[in-house]
Design a protein around this ligand. Structure first.
Ligand SMILES: [Zn+2]
Length: 420
C-alpha cells in the first residue's frame, strides 16, 4: 500500500512496488476496454501517475462491462447502493473474491472480531457485497454469523440479541442507534461494528448508553471492498490493503494535494474482474501517517466529509452541511443525528431540519436562528426573498426521519418535485 500526497511522492516509490504498478497499468491498458481508450496516450510510468486521467464514475454506471478484464472468469456481480449517484455494477473473478475476503478479514480482525464471537449481521446481502463479504470473513476468523440482512424486524433482532447472546452487531450507525433507542438492554453486546455512513458522537453515545457497547467503524466501498478499520484508540481508520494506492488530491485542481487533507482517490492493483484505477470515492479525508496509540504504524484515514455533501437550492444557493452542523453544535453542544428534507417546488422550497433530540420550542428557535446567522445567504433567502421556508423539528424518537431500503439514514433527502 502506498499513500501519495505530493508530486515528489510519486518518484519516491519502492522499485518493486513501482514495477508492480507499471505492469498493472499495462495490464489494464491491454485487457480492459475502458482503459484501452482512456490510457492510450498515457505511458506506463508511475512517476507521472498523477497525470493519468481519473476514472469517470458515470462511465462505470453506464457501461460496467467495459471495466472488466477477464469477462469469461467473472463469478459474481454486485451493485453499489447508489446513495450518492447512479448504481454501478462491479464484477469479481474468483481470485478477486478471495483477495476481497482477505482484506475484509483484516478489517474485522482490526476492529476486534475474534474466534467464538457471535455476530448479528444487519447489512444488505442480495446485490450488495457488504453482507456476503462480512459473512465469509467472520467464517474465516471462526466467528458465528447470524445473517439477518435487512429483512429482520426490530422485534426479531432484539429477540436474537437476547436469546442467542450475540456479542457483536454489524449494522449502519443509524440502524444500531435506532435499535438502541427501543430501550431494551441486558444483552451480551460488547461491540457494534458499523459501516456505510459517517459515525456521529450521538451514535456512539446511544449504543454506549443502551448496552454499554462500543462502536468500531469500518470503511469500504462496493468498488473497493473493505479497506480500513477503526482501532481501540478511535483516532482514524487504519488502512489494511497492501495492493491499494491511496492518493490525496486537491478537490478543485485534482492535482496532488501537497498536504494531508484532500479528496480520496483509490486504485486497486490486483483485480482481474472490474478494474478501477484513479477512482475518486467521493470522500474528503485527512491522512495521518504517525504511529497510532494502539501500536500500529499503518496509516490512518480520518473522514472529514463527503465531497458532494452540499444542498443546491433553486435560487442558485449552494449550502454545505458543515456550517449547518456548526450552528447545531453551538446551540446543543454536540451534533446529534440529523436529517435535512427538501420539499416543495420551483417557486418555494421548504427545508426541514430534523434533529434527534427532545427540546422546547425555545431550543428549536435558537437552532433556527443559529443556522440563519451562520449562513447569511440562507438568511436572506428565508427572511427577505422568502424563496425558502426553513423548519426545525426536534424529535427525540426516530419517527420523523426517513431511512433508505439499506437501513441508511441519508443526511439529505430530496423530495422536491423537480430537483435542479
Ligand atoms: Zn490504531
Amino acid at each position: 500500500m502506498i499513500v501519495l500526497k505530493e508530486i515528489n511522492d510519486y518518484d519516491r516509490l519502492d522499485p518493486e512496488f513501482r514495477d508492480k504498478v507499471n505492469s498493472y497499468i499495462c495490464f489494464a491498458r491491454w485487457y480492459v476496454p475502458y482503459y484501452r481508450r482512456s490510457l492510450q496516450d498515457f505511458c506506463a510510468d508511475f512517476s507521472r501517475y498523477y497525470e493519468m486521467p481519473f476514472t469517470k464514475d458515470d462511465s462505470l454506471s453506464s457501461d460496467p462491462l467495459s471495466f472488466v478484464a477477464f469477462q469469461d472468469r467473472v463469478v459474481r456481480a454486485t451493485a453499489s447502493g447508489g446513495t450518492s449517484g447512479k448504481r454501478k455494477m462491479i464484477f469479481r473473478t474468483e481470485e478477486d473474491l478471495e483477495r476481497s475476503v482477505d482484506t475484509v478479514t483484516k478489517v474485522f480482525r482490526g476492529a476486534g472480531v475474534k474466534r467464538g464471537d457471535r455476530i448479528a449481521i444487519l447489512q444488505p446481502f442480495d446485490m450488495w457485497n457488504t453482507g456476503h463479504h462480512a459473512m465469509a470473513a467472520f467464517q474465516r476468523i471462526g466467528a458465528l454469523s447470524f445473517p439477518l440482512g435487512l429483512s429482520g424486524t426490530d422485534e426479531y433482532v432484539l429477540w436474537l440479541l437476547e436469546k442467542l447472546c450475540c456479542n457483536i452487531l454489524f449494522a449502519t450507525p443509524s440502524r444500531a442507534s435506532f435499535i438502541a433507542s427501543l430501550g431494551k438492554g441486558g444483552f451480551c453486546l460488547e461491540r457494534v461494528l458499523c459501516t456505510g455512513e459517517p459515525i456521529l458522537e450521538a451514535h456512539r453515545e446511544s449504543v454506549r448508553n443502551a448496552w454499554g457497547a462500543e462502536i468500531f467503524g469500518t470503511y469500504g466501498t462496493e468498488e473497493f471492498d473493505g479497506i480500513a478499520y477503526e482501532c481501540a484508540a478511535h483516532d482514524g481508520y487504519h488502512l489494511v490493503d497492501d495492493d491499494l494506492i491511496v492518493e490525496i488530491v486537491d478537490p478543485e485542481t485534482l492535482m496532488p494535494a501537497g498536504g494531508r487533507t484532500g479528496l480520496l482517490v483509490l486504485s486497486k492493483i490486483n483485480r482481474t474482474g472490474t478494474v478501477l484505477l484513479r477512482y475518486a470515492v467521493g470522500d474528503i479525508v485527512e491522512v495521518d501517517e504517525k504511529p497510532c496509540r494502539c501500536g500500529s504504524s499503518a496509516p490512518r484515514l480520518k473522514f472529514i466529509r463527503r465531497a458532494s455533501e452540499s444542498i443546491y437550492l433553486y435560487n442558485g444557493l449552494k449550502i454545505s452541511l458543515q456550517p449547518i452542523e456548526g450552528a447545531i453544535r453551538s446551540v446543543l453542544g454536540s451534533v446529534p443525528i440529523y436529517q435535512i428534507i427538501l420539499e416543495g417546488g420551483g417557486g418555494k422550497e421548504r427545508m426541514r431540519l430534523i434533529i434527534q433530540k427532545s427540546g422546547s420550542d425555545d431550543v428549536r428557535d435558537q437552532v433556527l436562528r443559529s443556522v440563519l446567522s451562520s449562513i447569511p445567504d440562507l438568511e436572506e433567502a428565508y427572511a427577505l426573498d422568502k424563496t425558502v421556508d426553513i423548519q426545525v423539528v426536534l424529535d427525540g424518537s426516530f419517527s420523523s426521519f426517513s431511512t433508505t431500503r439499506r437501513g441508511k439514514l441519508p443526511r439529505v433527502v430530496d423530495r422536491r418535485q423537480s430537483p435542479p
